[in-house]
Design a protein around this ligand. Sequence first.
Ligand code: GTB
Length: 216
Amino acid sequence: MSPTITAFKSSPDRGKGLARDMRVRWALEEVGQPYDVRLVSFGEMKEAAHRALHPFGQIPTYEEGDLALFESGAIVFHIAERHAGLLPDDANARARAITWMFAALGTVEPPIVDRGMAVLVERDKTWYEERLPMLEHRVRDRLNELSSRLGDADWLEGEFSAGDLLMVTVLRRLNGSGLLEEYPNLSAYVARGEARPAYKRAFDDQLAVFTAASSG
Ligand code: GTB
């Protein structure tokens, strides 16, 4: 049975693949697992039927038989555990790859989201100009450290893993900020992720949702 995920009926990113269903789609494409998508509006996300799947009324969710999951990281981990291709077989290498999954979502994503939210909703606030440099400094701290660790390697820990998948989706949220471009090896790392055939299929599928909605 194919799993069903949820995604925005009308994504605010206009199909740029920045919403968090993109990482789930990409993981499913990497392992060759077909899936269905149920599109939900912002209103539907807050209704009881969706909240039964997602206590916080958000996307993405994942349903597979009796199992219902929320949180993109947990969903990607579930996919990676049940299929070959996203986590190494060796126990220690696997633990390291999982560590990078947590690092992407727990250490690198928060300052990137904080900056993104400020740019989105605080532009007209009196404190915006003063606060933005501090938020960007926090992002640069993480990017500096990540860039040093990656060096000239293709991926964070040997072969491409779910850790890279999540990290690339997190770094993509800096698109348009100019910050990622300060780190050529991180820009190249993101480009390597985006060049993967599975990424392209996932991206095209989520873009098709936006294209269909805007032409209909
Ligand atoms: N921690 C959860 C996870 O990883 O799954 C966070 C889930 C989450 O933030 N979901 C967002 C959502 O449902 C969509 S992805 N928001 C609706 C709501 O809370 O009411 C966040 C997102 C939204 C839009 C863009 N964008 O337009 O660029 C990027 C990211």
